[in-house]
Design a protein around this ligand. Sequence first.
Ligand SMILES: *[C@@H]1O[C@H](CO)[C@@H](O)[C@H](O)[C@H]1NC(C)=O
Ligand SMILES: *[C@@H]1O[C@H](CO)[C@@H](O)[C@H](O)[C@H]1NC(C)=O
Ligand SMILES: [Zn+2]
Length: 531
Amino acid sequence: MLPLKVKDRPIVCTLLAAGCCARCILRFCCIGLQSAYRQPYEDLAKELLAFASAEESDKSKDATDKEPTEDPPCKKMRLETEQSHTEGGDKAETSPAQAQTDPDSANSEVCVVCLGVLQHFCDKAFAKKVSEAVATERYQFDSLVLSVSLPAQLSVREHSIWLLVKKQVREKAMCLGKDDVIQVKEAFKWIMNGLVSQELSVPVLGKSLFEVSVGFTHPETDGDCHFLATTCSDCFKPAKNKLSVFTRMAVVKALEKISEENFRRQFPCPPGHPATRCTVQDTQCLHVSVFVAGRYNKFSRTLPQTPWVIDGERRMESSVEELITAPLLSSFRSEGFNFSSSGREDVDVRTLGNGRPFAVELLNPHRAQFSKEEIREMQKAINQSSDKIRVRDLQVVTRDAVAHMKEGEEEKTKSYGALIWTLRPIEKDDIEFINDIKELKIAQKTPLRVLHRRPLAVRQRVIHTMTARFLDTHHFHLNLRTQAGTYIKEFVHGDFGRTKPNLCELMKTDTDILELDVESVDVDWPPAIED
Ligand SMILES: *[C@@H]1O[C@H](CO)[C@@H](O)[C@H](O)[C@H]1NC(C)=O
Ligand SMILES: *[C@@H]1O[C@H](CO)[C@@H](O)[C@H](O)[C@H]1NC(C)=O
Ligand SMILES: [Zn+2]
């Protein structure tokens, strides 16, 4: 039994006459009973027709019916369908009487509002089709959320029908808010969630890490939205990644602004009958990103951190980023990645010690759950893939933790080891004074070598301590503990006086840096993993 009341009958009749499908009629009667939508479409259509045509008998046997009796809507409906029959002529219209005896015919007309979505794409067969598409993608998931994208013009049609129903309801001194009407999407999910859940044997939830998107288009009625452009130019602004300005959001916004009179003038109420049903787009699957963090060592002076491409041409054959992510991408069967790290080193700088913290966002991973042992295997695979890098502390982390790695970066300390050359010959004593320098404040203009990608600025940095170790008359080894973000090379050679003070000034001779290693990045994240 449908939870319809006598007062709903004229609405049902109006909507039937307007060409709404059975489920859209339930929606506009604000029926929130989910099981009503889940009935087989034919049964529901049959029941609604029976309910609609029961009016006559009601009235004849109950003359004292309190329902207003003027202009019986079902008679009007009959009239309208007959009219369109004679006018159109090209298509076999079904009279309600016929429809009653042949419930399937209620199916043959494409719904003027949902354009067939709730008629033809809300059953076990469609759930099977969607589920099969999901299965071929071979994702690992233990729940899913179903999302639906509908053609934008559906909102225009929805508005038109809403005005129609509102008018009728108002005549009876009742009111109908747009929010009371059940949304197409909602009804779709009420029916489909359970069916898809059965097919894929996982719960379909309101929220899940794994999203299955079903999309519908209806090219035949795309033009329905176009008149709105003249009523609200603000609403329809071209966006870079959108094919059309008539997005669902923009259309909804325009519909909120347009007056009822203006709408009625420009769009038929009820909307015209579509000849075709919606087209189904390919089912899209998306798993939320998984984040993996760790620390890397780089032992090569010819390996950039990220692919080095100049004028579209690759300069180095690999990169830290690629060496680390290759085994991750294949294990997570991910569609892409986003690599970030706590600072970065130049191509000719090694990163030693405990390594540099990094994080990789794995985009749309087809597999997302791994044991600690499996993560360790990935770390091993990275270690074994090349002599140029090693990775430790590899682990799955949260998105928030990655943000934490990036913040407060400037306050952190980094330690470096450098091989220094001096123009003037030196003796052991000449470099002793360096060990006594503490908390040296330096000002660094953006280095010439990065000026093409960074704005010109002066940065204050602190060199906390330095330790010099004599090697020969033109070379010494220098250890530095500095604030993160200090340009070490520029501090040594002075960058044409752009870094002040610099080592040349302190040594009173030209100095240059021959080799640089990052000895430690003092960021206490990610946590150490026991081997
Ligand atoms: C990569 O990460 C950055 C910063 O964390 C973010 O702004 C960007 O949108 C991400 N890219 C992708 C493709 O997710
Ligand atoms: C990978 O290399 C690092 C650095 O040498 C080491 O600490 C770690 O244990 C190695 N991991 C595996 C699984 O081989
Ligand atoms: Zn419908």
